[in-house]
Design a protein around this ligand. Structure first.
Ligand code: ADP
Ligand code: MG
Length: 706
């Protein structure tokens, strides 16, 4: 556990082989070469890699590392590592040498044939390679066994196909940079040499007592509760949101921050969220590639630190029915390397033509590829949020805010935006309080894709998911729109006229994606249908969008995915879905069969015994309560047993299906409803059966006794 006072400046980045440390430890020329590759790409010579590897190893060993690992992000959605020690064969005199070569730094061959590849690799040709991503710094992971030097890497097959989440992300970042530069140049920015996507993900999570967690097989195996009657109190009082942070949680958060700061992760904001036991952490935004790596580390560190505090961290999108689930707002913007945020409208957006073009391009991209964007945020857990009874809705729409909406309206109607609404002042009405400058735009919490001042906030992403796919998709669709605009504008004789016409055309054609109203309302569902916007309700339904002609054309054009890579990903998604629901169904069957149904039988037996004992001892006594309970309990018990059998039956049926798509559909259409049918009577029984007999902690125990 950490000390009371933390010297943040001292510990920040302590466990990272930062550019600063490289500069200190590398010869000037080598450092310049590495920095240039980090900034502008290119291949590193083996000689240079050798020097970097040695410096990296020396630094790591000085900090207690004995091993290194190529740290990568396979399609499981989490990270993978295989540790190798630095030790070499001892010399003749028996001295041990610790070594690390450039070759080992640049390339690894972890075999790793058990990771999902969606048919890209047959097991008989299972070579997979990890390649150093020098744009994300190496870091030390500390644990009870010591320290491990982690080298962020991409993971590819023998033929160079991406087997991970990082490779396509890096490809998409290059595409975005190239196309965004064309736009910047058109507006006279000749100094910029690169454009990056900046990302700040807000991570939501739940904390529960670890002792209670370990008593629930559903939390252990599925990461969410599969049974559980609502607690008497939920989130209705809004007293948890931004509420005082309990001491135990505060001590967890502090320890977590220290661990993250050491890893160079700028954990900044922390607060209690809406649901009981739910919290949020947001770092300061970073370049997208590093943000993705950092978010993985945030999730991993949350779990690790929670354990240290006798807590369990739940990252699942919907750990508890009936209270809010968790998401991850993906804040995204694009900045040139000479400091221009291309999403900054400035004081008068109506006069900022570059911004208006960028905005029009993003509106176009999101409208054309709404299905892909929706897919990029799909995972098994997120099905309980998107399109279910919870925010955000499954329909992609964009919120621009009052000021921009007004500008867009003027442009569509007249081709000019002569005026622009101002923020004005907010009068507090109290003489001792200052009046505040007001943003020109309020927020809309119900929008899945909202403009928030100088960035877009993509709010659909699930809390447990990697943010790599959403950002890859965003970068890709925006790169495509930029490319198409630049193709036209670079050829235009009258640039001003052409850009004016193009903005008007894009806004007019794609205005249907803009929606500033309540995204949670039923009316919106109908209205969106009228507008022809896709409403993709489940992960399984979202998979086909990956392999449409439109998607293949987009991703192949910018070398982000080949058709084969897309097909493999689609296959993996179906497989993942089927496997996850299979685990949930088996866990439910296990809990129902071995724990809950036997507990109900114990209870009914006790009731029956009481009934006969009381009647026998005193025939005049009123035993109507026992009788009534016995009848109700027995009836629910029979319903449970029937549903239990049915669940086992449909699960076995689905497990036997060979085609992955048909199998995933069967899990969705048959197993999921069977799970709901089993849960319903058992949740009712939980409310009736003696708490002493109920074998698992309740929702109240889990969410209030932290
Ligand atoms: P809120 O809860 O009000 O949406 P938070 O402070 O919790 O805001 O999180 C906002 C996130 O957006 C932070 O991670 C922040 O660093 C990030 N962010 C701020 N500006 C930008 C930007 N220009 N580009 C990308 N992310 C940004
Ligand atoms: Mg937030």
């Amino acid at each position: 556990m950490c000390e009371k006072f933390v010297n943040v400046e001292k510990i920040f980045g302590e466990n990272v082989f930062t550019l600063g440390k490289m500069k200190e430890r590398l010869p000037k020329k080598i450092y310049a070469e590495v920095k240039n590759i980090i900034d502008h790409g290119g291949e590193m010579s083996l000689a240079t890699a050798d020097v970097v590897a040695k410096a990296m190893k020396d630094w790591a060993v000085e900090h207690g590392a004995t091993h290194y690992t190529h740290w990568f992000q396979p399609l499981t959605g989490i990270t993978a590592e295989k540790h190798d020690s630095f030790i070499m064969n001892p010399d003749e005199e028996g001295h041990m040498l610790m070594e690390f070569s450039g070759k080992e730094l640049i390339k690894g061959e972890p075999d790793a044939s058990s990771f999902p590849s969606g048919g890209l690799r047959a097991t008989f040709e299972a070579r997979g390679y990890t390649a150093w991503d020098c744009t994300s710094p190496a870091f030390l992971k500390e644990d009870a066994t010591g320290a491990i030097l982690c080298i962020p890497t991409a993971f590819c097959s023998y033929k160079g196909e991406a087997l991970d989440k990082k490779t396509p992300l890096l490809r998409s970042l290059e595409a975005l940079s190239e196309q965004a530069l064309r736009i910047a140049r058109l507006f006279g920015n000749t100094e910029a040499t690169k454009v990056t996507a900046s990302v700040g993900p807000e991570q939501e999570y739940f904390l529960v007592d670890r002792g209670l967690y370990l008593q629930r097989k559903d939390l252990i195996y599925a990461g969410r509760t599969l049974f559980g009657a609502p607690a008497p109190k939920g989130q209705e009082m809004d007293d948890h949101y931004f509420g005082v942070i309990k001491e135990r949680i505060g001590s967890f958060m502090k320890d977590l921050n220290v661990e993250l700061w050491k890893l160079g992760i700028s954990a900044k904001t922390q607060h209690n969220e809406v649901a009981p036991a739910q919290h949020e952490l947001a770092p300061i935004f970073n370049n997208a590639n590093i943000a993705v790596d950092h978010n993985q580390l945030v999730m991993e560190t949350m779990k690790k630190v929670a354990q240290r505090h006798g807590l369990a961290c739940l990252l699942h999108e919907k750990p508890f029915a009936g209270v809010n689930g968790s998401g991850k707002h993906d804040n995204w913007s694009i900045c040139t390397d000479n400091g221009v945020n291309m999403l900054d409208p400035g004081e008068t957006p109506n006069q900022n033509i570059q911004f208006l073009l960028v905005l029009a391009c993003i509106i176009k991209g999101v409208d054309i590829h709404a299905d892909l964007l929706r897919q990029s945020a799909a995972n098994v857990g997120n099905d309980h949020r998107l399109g279910a009874n919870e925010a955000p809705p499954a329909i992609i729409s964009m919120f621009l805010g009052e000021q921009l909406e007004d500008v867009v309206k003027q442009l569509i109607e007249t081709g000019e935006a002569a005026s622009c609404k101002e923020g004005g002042r907010l009068y507090t009405g109290v003489s001792t309080l200052p009046d505040l400058a007001k943003d020109a735009t309020d927020r809309n919490r119900t929008s899945p894709f909202a403009f928030t001042g100088n960035k877009f906030e993509f709010r659909m992403v699930g809390s447990s998911d990697s943010i790599a796919s959403p950002n890859t998709t965003l970068n890709a669709i925006v790169a495509e729109a930029f490319c198409e605009a630049a193709d036209i504008l670079e050829k235009a004789d009258d640039f001003d006229m052409a850009v004016h016409d193009l903005i008007k055309e894009y806004l007019t054609e794609h205005q249907r994606i803009i929606f500033n109203g309540n995204g949670y309302s039923e009316e919106w569902v109908t209205e969106a249908e009228r507008r022809g916007l896709p409403n993709i309700k489940s992960m399984v339904d979202s998979v086909p969008s990956l392999t449409t002609d439109k998607a293949v054309k987009l991703f192949e054009k910018f070398h982000i995915f080949t058709k084969a890579e897309l097909e493999s990903r689609a296959e993996i998604l179906y497989e993942t879905y089927a496997k996850a629901i299979n685990i949930e169904a088996l866990t439910m069957a296990d809990m129902a069969g071995k724990q809950l149904i036997p507990a109900v039988i114990t209870y009914t037996t006790e009731l029956a015994a009481s009934l006969s004992a009381v009647s026998e001892a005193c025939p005049e006594a009123d035993v109507s309560v026992q009788k009534e309970l016995l009848i109700e309990t027995s009836s629910l018990l029979a319903e449970s047993q029937k549903a239990f059998k049915k669940l086992k039956e449909v699960t076995a049926e689905s497990a036997a299906i060979e085609n992955v798509e048909a199998q995933a559909k069967s899990y969705h259409d048959k197993v999921m409803p069977a799970m709901t049918a089993l849960r319903a009577p058992l949740d009712k029984l939980e409310m009736i059966v003696d708490k002493e007999i109920w074998p698992i902690p309740s929702y109240g125990d889990l969410t209030f006794e932290v």
